[in-house]
Design a protein around this ligand. Structure first.
Ligand SMILES: *[C@@H]1O[C@H](CO)[C@@H](O)[C@H](O)[C@H]1NC(C)=O
Ligand SMILES: *[C@@H]1O[C@H](CO)[C@@H](O)[C@H](O)[C@H]1NC(C)=O
Ligand SMILES: *[C@@H]1O[C@H](CO)[C@@H](O)[C@H](O)[C@H]1NC(C)=O
Ligand SMILES: *[C@@H]1O[C@H](CO)[C@@H](O)[C@H](O)[C@H]1NC(C)=O
Ligand SMILES: *[C@@H]1O[C@H](CO)[C@@H](O)[C@H](O)[C@H]1NC(C)=O
Ligand SMILES: *[C@@H]1O[C@H](CO)[C@@H](O)[C@H](O)[C@H]1NC(C)=O
Length: 555
């Protein structure tokens, strides 16, 4: 775990206004964020390191742990990290997006405090500022089940984090300039795994090793900017056991698609002849296929890996059907114990009446010759005052207007607006969100602060009759959903987590150029039962800097 500072205290600790449960253990980290040279595709470039590491240190924690991370920004630009799908219950203050927090200025530090709850599984943290994600600052975040809670598979011999994604050799500053000038960053240059890329036949050290007959957990996350990845291992079956923090029905696959922003866990049994094997990560639905391999070595193994790689799944239209079918085979294991029986407060979600349907359509525009991306005709920009702070301090009208987008974009006019996009939602409403993709590229969407039930995806456009095809029983509860070219996807969730939550494309040039919005979920109570107070250490910026602090929430 590198040189991170990690102390576990079991006793009472006072952390300012944070209403964390005192008996739950604390993990403390101190992170220095610096520039340093990295070579993920063999070409040296400016990377972002955490405590000198790329990828950054792994956070290995257990449900209910309190995580305290003091982040020192030693870059020359403002910086923020987000915690990739780890729900911040009542606590959008720690979500690390520019709509909820002032960025950490160069030379400054900020201490994130949050508690991981009952999402047992695999996540990754990453920067949300500028195009920093194209340079690193990324790392694994594994949440284990507490000892008392049974896990639906035997403890693996070891666990391996596979942070895989497309990569650009142009540095993040060049990429950002391209976008600022209104052009696309184009196609990635390659695929990397844990900061490296390898070709068949390269004389390299193995990245993982396995003891014969033992079983290993591979936690695979797509940390890239654009391309979906297909993951496979020569000669080995992949048993899916976890998807974005939920235990799944344990189906076995030859290869599995992992879309941008998504994580999943695969059990791999070392039951083959003891030698080397290649793992393969290749791009999906891309014009020019990209791939990388890595060597998995059996301890006591004899002999190199075969150069014959397992083939990728079909591409083009057939590939989309293949991938959609694979998505539909992912099911939540309803009998596996979770920390709570109803992690999202909506266990029998199929029986809940929908109170609101929001249809979101992605699109791209040329505005004054410059590329912008939008949702329902609004291309989001982050104002200098974070939206959450403007709302908390009672001056939202100075910064943004609620509900610029319509729930049904067909009723909106066709003009595109560039402005902060905030949707006002009612606390505890059960909502259905439809993502409709009319473009010819695959999209992935992420919602912070919630898990949602991903109930359907189909080609074409959505209509209310499609609801009869929903999986209303055992859809996986997750926070990311891919939407195939010229297709739609539907998700459902209860808006029971008060806060200001980012809904965004996971395709990083799209989010940078406006394809995101915030959902404001306000509890009418102003009560600590529903939302924490602004933490004492929260930096203030923009118009709220000189305003008096609002009266704190009360119990
Ligand atoms: C961070 O940097 C400071 C100053 O250079 C140093 O004293 C500290 O040990 C570093 N912390 C870690 C965890 O590397
Ligand atoms: C991660 O945490 C789990 C659960 O606390 C523990 O069993 C495991 O040994 C830890 N792994 C590492 C590498 O620290
Ligand atoms: C910055 O780090 C110091 C410790 O070095 C800590 O006392 C302080 O609370 C941190 N500041 C913030 C805003 O978290
Ligand atoms: C679901 O979880 C239960 C309880 O842990 C386990 O016994 C069962 O094998 C799992 N079912 C499948 C189909 O994976
Ligand atoms: C859901 O809606 C149906 C039909 O409108 C109604 O009969 C039923 O009572 C509602 N159920 C709940 C739990 O509100
Ligand atoms: C937001 O929604 C709440 C609850 O429905 C309502 O009271 C409030 O007036 C709305 N605010 C705006 C600006 O629409």
């Amino acid at each position: 775990m590198g040189n991170m500072t990690l102390v576990t205290l079991l006793l009472c600790l006072s952390l300012g206004a944070m209403m964390v449960q005192a008996e739950d253990p604390y993990l403390f980290f101190e992170w220095n964020v610096t520039y340093g040279t990295i070579t993920p595709l063999g070409v040296p470039q400016q990377g972002i390191l955490i405590n000198g590491q790329f990828p950054g240190p792994r956070i290995n924690c257990t449900s209910n742990n309190n995580i305290v991370i003091n982040v020192f920004n030693k870059l020359d630009e403002p910086f923020l990290l987000t915690w990739g799908g780890v729900q911040q219950r009542k606590n959008s203050w720690q979500d690390g997006t520019l709509g909820t927090m002032c960025p950490i200025l160069p030379g400054k530090n900020f201490t994130y405090h949050f508690q991981v709850k009952d999402q047992i599984g695999s996540f990754f943290y990453f920067p949300t500022t500028a195009l920093h994600r194209a340079a690193g600052g990324i790392g694994a975040l594994n949440v284990h089940s507490r000892d008392l809670i049974p896990v639906p598979f035997d403890r693996p011999a070891d666990e391996y984090n596979v942070l895989v994604g497309d990569w650009y050799n142009k540095g993040h500053k060049t990429l950002k300039n391209i976008l600022d000038n209104g052009r696309s960053i184009g196609r990635p240059d390659g695929i990397q795994i844990n900061g490296k890329s390898t070709k068949v036949g390269d004389n390299v050290e193995p990245i993982f090793s396995m003891e014969p007959s033992k079983t290993y957990r591979y936690r695979v996350c797509n940390v890239g900017l654009k391309y979906s990845i297909n993951f496979r291992i020569q000669g080995h079956a992949l048993k899916l056991v976890e998807l974005e923090g939920a235990h799944t029905i344990q189906n076995v696959y030859d290869s599995i698609d992992v879309h941008v922003g998504q994580c999943l866990s695969l059990l791999v049994n070392a039951n083959q002849e003891p030698k080397d094997y290649y793992l393969v990560a290749s791009s999906r639905f891309s014009k020019k296929p990209l791939s990388t391999v890595g060597i998995i070595r059996y301890t006591n193994g004899k002999g190199p890996a075969s150069p014959l790689l397992p083939p990728p799944p079909p591409e083009n239209t057939g590939g989309i059907a293949w991938s959609m079918n694979q998505f539909r085979s992912f099911r939540w294991n309803l009998t596996a114990s979770a920390a709570r029986p109803n992690p999202q407060g909506s266990y029998h979600y199929g029986k809940i009446n929908i109170t609101r349907t929001i249809k979101l359509v992605n699109s791209n525009y040329q505005i004054g010759g410059k590329l912008r991306f939008a949702i329902n005709g609004v291309s989001h920009v982050d104002p200098p005052t974070p939206l959450k702070l403007a709302e908390y301090f009672g001056v939202p009208e100075k910064i943004f207007q609620y509900n610029l987008i319509k729930d049904d974009p067909s009723s909106a006019n066709n003009q595109v607006i560039i402005a902060p996009s905030v949707v006002n939602a009612t606390f505890r409403n059960f909502v259905e969100i439809i993502f409709e993709n009319h473009e010819k590229t695959i999209q992935t969407w992420n919602l912070d602060g919630y898990s949602f039930f991903a109930v359907a995806t189909e080609p074409g456009t959505w209509s209310p009759e499609k609801r009869k095809n929903y999986n209303l029983l055992d859809a996986v509860s997750r926070h990311n959903i891919q939407v195939y070219p010229r297709s739609w996807a539907a998700v459902m969730t209860t808006l029971d987590n008060a806060g200001m939550w980012n809904l965004r494309s996971e395709m990083w040039e799209r989010v940078y150029l406006g394809q995101q919005l915030y959902i404001s979920v306000l509890s009418p109570e102003r009560s600590l039962r529903d939302e924490y107070n602004i933490p004492d250490n929260h930096p203030l910026c923009g118009v709220v800097e000189k305003l008096p602090l609002p009266a704190p929430y009360t119990a």
